[in-house]
Write a new protein. Structure first.
Ligand SMILES: Cc1cc2nc3c(=O)[nH]c(=O)nc-3n(C[C@H](O)[C@H](O)[C@H](O)COP(=O)(O)OP(=O)(O)OC[C@H]3O[C@@H](n4cnc5c(N)ncnc54)[C@H](O)[C@@H]3O)c2cc1C
Length: 461
């Protein structure tokens, strides 16, 4: 239920089609992960920052809780809305306002889809480096609010590193416009960081100035089989040193993940035998085809000569490259093992092997028939684990979570590397944040949103 006065007032400040109710709400999905029917009281769809600010002022006056929506590809129930909450969707804020070649920067509204940004940057000879599997749906406002990571963090950093300027609307409708198109601005607090990664709990992102990079002119990709986990950090260091800063992905796959992705019904054939304990996909983006290729080959030879990898294939063309990347990206194969629980943790590389061993031992002891697939952006200290134990009920989930998160303790780990906390992980947040850190987070929330109307219950209850 929603206050009818609020609906009328919102309809007056938004253009036609800006307020959705009834079937127009319930016919929508809750998102990529849960795919249920949306339960919100209404959806407000502003077309500009001014409109979004106006509806937030109304919601604030009515103490109406709101949930920001982008492309709904988030994986931690951060966009979950209850039936008394109003969704504020940025889906109609889709303007690319400017591409400044001198910057180089791109100024966009929050609802622009990542793939659209990629395309526009490419057409003008630039690269927006943020890339992930949800690129066709995820919107820049959602990506900023979750500080998304993806496939090229090792080279270009997380979303936080790619945003120069930001505009957001606060809980009371105040517009904070920090749209500064420069890397350097130490004139007081850097307020954009309040909104990057805070999952819509401190403000709603409306516009951003993104930092572009030159379009790479070369790409080299290899796939390596490795006998010992302990060789992986050495390979990473060897390649980092040998590739002159062009290493752009270092994606590790344990044997079970590799087998799943290269055995029918999966479409990919195994480029290397399925018998090694661990594999790594290596990708380098550079600026000169001939010299980059040579440097890549020399660096890989160094790895092989030192006996760090047991076997290796190099992609000779775009189709072979796509085939290798498809092994990493074909996550639909997890659906062979429904129901599954997905995890996104981080910890220092030096602690990863012992962590994975402990997790497997504990899962095997409790669920001998479990299927556990481990892979991830190892170069960023980020592992993904997908676990199938038969049941998908709350008790099974809690049991698996206790093992996955419990093994992080004492290993400098974090319960979320790149997906955020949302509703799904909030009970575990205290495992990787000190009481003082949590208290400061709550102080910030209280200061910026004293009525608690912005994305209530997300990150902490
Ligand atoms: C196939 C697949 C692959 C993925 N791969 C990766 C990956 O490699 N790395 C990674 O980091 N993530 C990955 N994700 C997760 C997801 O794509 C990211 O979390 C993405 O940033 C969500 O963007 P969205 O527009 O879909 O946001 P939504 O799902 O709509 O929202 C996500 C959160 O942000 C809030 N929000 C949305 N828009 C705004 C706004 N304008 N202002 C304030 N808050 C807002 C929401 O309330 C919610 O809390 C993947 C997801 C899928 C489905």
């Amino acid at each position: 239920m929603i206050d009818s006065q609020l609906l009328l007032a919102a309809a007056a400040v938004l253009r036609p089609g800006g307020v959705l109710t009834g079937d127009e709400v319930s016919s929508r999905s809750t998102g990529w992960i849960s795919r249920g029917s949306l339960q919100a009281a209404a959806i407000f769809r502003p077309r500009s920052t001014a409109e979004l600010s106006a509806v937030m002022k109304l919601c604030h006056a009515a103490r109406q809780p709101v949930v920001p929506h982008g492309g709904l590809t988030g994986l931690v129930e951060g966009a979950h809305a209850g039936q008394h909450e109003v969704v504020i969707s940025t889906e109609l804020m889709t303007r690319i306002e400017e591409l400044d070649e001198a910057g180089p920067t791109m100024t966009v509204e929050a609802g622009v889809v990542l793939e659209t940004i990629h395309r526009r940057a490419f057409e003008r000879g630039f690269l927006f480096p943020l890339d992930l599997g949800a690129r066709g749906s995820a919107m820049i406002g959602g990506l900023i609010s979750t500080n998304a990571g993806g496939n090229r963090v090792i080279r270009y950093g997380m979303t936080r590193n790619l945003v120069l300027g930001l505009e957001a609307v606060m809980a009371d409708g105040t517009i904070i416009s920090s749209m500064y198109p420069v890397v350097k601005n130490n004139s007081g607090y850097d307020l954009k960081h309040l909104f990057i990664g805070s999952e819509g709990t401190l403000g709603i992102v409306t516009r951003a100035i993104l930092r572009l990079q030159p379009q790479p002119r070369s790409q080299n990709t290899a796939f390596l089989a490795v006998n010992e986990f302990s060789s992986l950090p050495k390979i990473l260091n060897e390649l980092n040193a040998g590739l002159g800063g062009t290493l752009s992905a270092f994606e590790v796959m344990w044997n079970d993940f590799y087998r799943l992705m290269t055995t029918p019904p999966a479409k990919q054939h195994p480029p290397l035998p399925q018998t090694y304990p661990v594999y790594v996909l290596v990708d380098a983006l550079g600026s000169d085809e001939a010299s980059d290729r040579e440097r890549f080959s020399t660096a890989l030879e160094g790895v092989m000569d030192k006996g760090l990898a047991a076997d290796c294939v190099v992609a000779m063309n775009a189709s072979e490259r796509a085939g290798i990347w498809a092994i990493r990206d074909d996550i639909d194969q997890f659906h062979q093992y429904r129901p599954w629980f997905g995890f996104d943790i981080s910890l220092p590389i030096k602690n990863m092997d012992a962590y994975v061993t402990e997790v497997r031992e504990k899962l095997n002891a409790k669920w001998p028939d479990n299927h556990t697939f481990v892979f991830g952006h190892m170069g960023d200290g980020n592992l993904h684990l997908n676990v199938h134990v038969g049941s998908g009920d709350d008790e099974a989930r809690h049991g698996v979570e206790s093992i996955i998160y419990g093994a992080l303790e004492g290993r400098q780990g974090a319960i979320s590397a790149e997906h955020g906390v949302g509703l799904e992980k909030r009970a575990w947040l205290k495992m990787c944040r000190t009481p003082e850190e949590l208290a400061l987070m709550r102080t910030m929330k209280q200061a910026l949103d004293p009525l608690g109307i912005l994305n209530p219950g997300k990150i902490f209850a």
